[in-house]
Design a protein. Structure first.
Length: 313
């Protein structure tokens, strides 16, 4: 037996030994239902966070909270904690299931037949081309259907326009994954526990195909700001500030009569109209041309407030 296999075996054995602590009369109530259940969940989670076989966002003491939540989800849907951790992805702070895992969980729930797909009979490049997922409910014999997922919908939602989009490279699989996810959301949302699939989360954000990093966020816009009216004004005032700084280092008789052209009011105007954090960083730099320390401090405080507003967006 390899060291890695032994490690995860020991972790799961510890989890199983503690699992009984979370069971109460009348059924499972959850890790957050009582102090004793919460303490038991933490002991179970600690065993898993020490394993190198769980994903990085569950490893270590700092991710104990993530592991507790994963355990809660595993108990709710009746799946192995390790399987939940391996199939629960985090995209820009938002958790989502692997589409394969969600489909497998639905198929083994025991209430429905396995998911099947119905395709529209038309040209694959047609806007109407697509599929919908369906299954049979055992208790009633009734077929349940999900919404149609078509190229028209894909393009209207912009799913295929994201950087790194799999709709461009494996559309058939993406049609089936999305159709299944929407069918489950509509007919058995308790199986997904309200969480989207990983591919749905990726369709919300632009992803750099080379690095895998999200590019349409505030932090990304700091790196590549657009040449907007605000940034153009910022550049003009930066040039004026440079001119003032150059004027200050020449001989006194040559600088006699030089007028300060970057004012506190101008900088406040930039702060109020700022469309990027980079513009705010420019303001701090330009404020060095203000005549008093009090004015510089006021500008610095206003920049800090505006930056906090960006971070909350």
């Amino acid at each position: 037996m390899s060291a890695a296999t032994e490690q995860i075996g020991n972790a799961l054995q510890s989890v199983n030994e503690q699992a009984g602590s979370l069971q109460v009369q009348g059924g499972y109530q959850g890790a957050f239902s009582s102090q004793s259940n919460f303490e038991a969940a933490q002991r179970m989670a600690k065993a898993l966070t020490s394993s190198s076989l769980v994903p990085a966002h569950f490893q270590g003491q700092n991710n104990l909270g993530n592991a507790v939540i994963a355990l809660e989800l595993s108990q709710r849907i009746g799946a192995s904690p390790l399987m939940v951790m391996q199939n629960l992805y985090v995209v820009h702070g938002n958790p989502g299931w692997s589409a394969k895992f969600l489909i497998a969980t639905f198929n083994r729930a025991g209430r429905f037949s396995a998911i099947k797909y119905e395709w529209k009979e038309c040209d694959e490049n047609s806007h109407e081309y697509g599929c919908r997922a369906y299954a049979t409910e055992f208790s009633t014999g009734e077929k349940i259907y999900g919404p149609w997922i078509t190229w028209k919908l894909v393009k209207a939602e912009g799913w295929d326009s994201k950087n790194g989009s799999k709709w461009k490279t494996m559309p058939e699989k993406m049609f089936m994954y999305r159709a299944a996810a929407w069918m489950i959301d509509a007919n058995a949302p308790e199986i997904s526990m309200g969480l989207p699939t990983e591919d749905q989360l990726h369709d919300v954000y632009d992803v750099d195909p080379q690095t895998g990093e999200i590019t349409n966020t505030i932090s990304a816009r700091r790196e590549k700001p657009e040449a907007t009216r605000t940034s153009q004004l910022s550049e003009k005032l930066r040039q004026k500030a440079d001119e003032i700084q150059d004027a200050e280092i020449v001989e006194p008789e040559e600088t006699k009569g030089v007028v300060e052209t970057v004012t506190e009011d101008q900088l406040e105007s930039i702060i109020n109209q700022a469309d990027s954090v980079e513009s705010l960083d420019d303001v701090i730099e330009m404020s060095e041309g203000l005549p008093s320390q009090a004015a510089k401090k006021r500008i610095s405080e206003k920049v800090a407030i505006r930056k906090s507003e960006f971070e909350q967006e």
